[in-house]
Design a protein around this ligand. Sequence first.
Ligand code: C5P
Length: 232
Amino acid sequence: TRLFRIAIDGPAASGKSTTAKQLARLLGFRYIDSGAMYRSVTLKCMTMHLDPLVQRDEVAKVAQSLDIQFPDLGLVSNDGKDVTKLLRQESITRSIAPIASNPLVRQAMADKQRLMAQTLDDRYAGYLYRGRCTQGVIMDGRDIGTVILPDAELKIFLVADLKARAERRFKELKGHDGLEQIMKDIEARDLADRTRTVGPLKKASDAVELDNSHLSLDQQVQQIQQWVHQRL
Ligand code: C5P
């Protein structure tokens, strides 16, 4: 069977996971949320009260040994326990940067991510197009097209205006934080992601850029589906 890999990278709150999930449903592909993997390591380190700036090796050990799985579309488990909701907490989002910039953590995540992108299972039907069925993987994050899957069949760099991104996040958080605060948080996270030495957020030279500031989810997914068709 053919394997088609889609790498989606982009700044915080640009709609990567929503888009990836919708595409995964439509194409019958497997979805791997790499951000959820960094969030998982952060959650575990927080419950162990590790200081990520001081206890770098202990943090790396957590990254190597934690069993992170995606049992179903949009679900994440750590060592067999469902953590999907826990991972979205703001306290985690704010604590990720020093963990995601640890080179040993990134190496451990890279190994797991590449392995997951290779091993397909029958739970995913795949995509039937012009009489041929293609199996596939969609992975989103910051360094997927550049570092993790540099030879992915389709690479997308998803962007949107800061204001559009903050407004979406504002609705998602249901008014917990103000719009100004959300904009600041998003900018701070993007800056940390763009400036780290290992695996920084960057558009791959062969990625197609998609600005969804003024697109609906459906329009965006249709555009990506067209790109998939061109490459099948
Ligand atoms: O995509 P999400 O917002 O869940 O990612 C959370 C954080 O995890 C990012 O801000 C980034 O610091 C880190 N991350 C990363 N590399 C990836 C995916 C996420 O460093 N491939």
